[in-house]
Write a protein that binds this ligand. Structure first.
Ligand code: PMM
Length: 289
């Protein structure tokens, strides 16, 4: 069994880690269509590591709002050669999938972490598979597939409700035989959340950290940043900032997430976030003196 703490440099720095993203998809909102050949995707992953990524998350299925599912064979075809190529180069690879069979094959190909945005809800075989494999797992807060997730944004209190629903997923994982030391939690920014609800969750990150489990924060390039940074254009148009122009705001969130005790941030452009987590670490060392 690999505890989360031993995934990257066991015993080394306790700073917030940086997870670089490689989406091997034609249609992700953030970087879709850019790394569709396995060679390009592996090269991209290696360049993220050169920029300071501690681990690389490889996904083959877009989860942008409204996306339809692809079939399992297509997901395997996209993901496996990239996982294999990066793992063979010594990269710590995480596989972003809701399917137990994709997770299983990716782990065989060298992945070390399963990142399931459905928190084990999309495929009932996922948690038993993770338990048997001994690999760590990200449980993200999730209420439904992308084609209907934005219809599922009713909360009494978004922070309380997300915390409770995440805790239920942690309990389900433990009941399936996953050790607590293997579990990472993620509030699931942008998944069944309105723009404002994402900000409310970010403002309460310390409460997620207080669950006592490592927390992953994945704000990178998401729509709520595009909305925040929108500006009024000619002719009274309201122009949402496009995804590739949201990286500075993403790095700002990395700083805040690291300061709130996040275990890792998941980002598309790594360099600024890699610097930010080191700034936060240095300040914390200074405060502890
Ligand atoms: N968001 C996306 C994909 N995978 N994984 C986790 N754990 N948390 C997230 O919030 C998350 C994720 C969607 O973003 P992308 O299409 O830009 O990768």
């Amino acid at each position: 069994m690999t505890p989360v703490a031993d995934l990257v440099d066991p015993g080394a720095s306790r700073r917030c880690l940086v997870m670089g993203v490689v989406n091997v998809t034609p249609d992700s909102f953030s970087d879709g269509g850019r790394w569709t050949s396995a060679d390009d995707a592996v090269a991209r992953g290696l360049s993220l590591v050169a920029d300071g990524a501690d681990l690389v998350d490889v996904g083959g299925e877009s989860t942008r709002p409204g996306a339809l599912r692809i079939d399992e064979d297509e997901e395997l075809r996209r993901v496996l050669p990239v996982v294999e190529g990066l793992a063979a180069s010594g990269v710590v690879v995480s596989v972003d999938t809701m399917r137990s069979r994709v997770a299983e094959r990716a782990l065989e190909a060298g992945a070390r972490l399963v990142n399931d945005v459905s928190g084990g809800r999309a495929d009932p075989a996922m948690m038993p598979l993770v338990a048997a494999s001994g690999s760590p797992m990200v449980l993200m807060h999730w209420r439904g597939h992308s084609d209907r997730m934005q219809d599922l944004t009713d909360y009494d209190d978004v922070v309380e409700d997300v915390l409770r629903e995440l805790q239920q997923r942690v309990d389900a994982a433990v009941a399936a035989g996953v050790a607590l030391e293997q579990v990472v939690v993620d509030p699931g920014l942008g998944f069944s959340k309105t723009g404002d609800q994402n900000w409310t969750l970010l403002a309460a990150l310390h409460r997620f950290a207080a669950l006592g489990l490592p927390v992953l924060v994945a704000a990178s390039r998401k729509g709520f940043l595009g909305g925040l940074l929108a500006h009024d254009g000619a002719g009274g148009t309201h122009r949402v900032r496009p995804p590739e122009q949201r990286d500075d705001a993403t790095a700002a969130i990395t700083t805040l997430a690291a300061a709130a005790g996040a275990w890792a941030v998941r980002v598309h452009e790594v360099a600024a976030s890699a610097d930010a987590v080191r700034v936060v670490e240095r300040l914390e060392q200074e405060r502890a003196r």
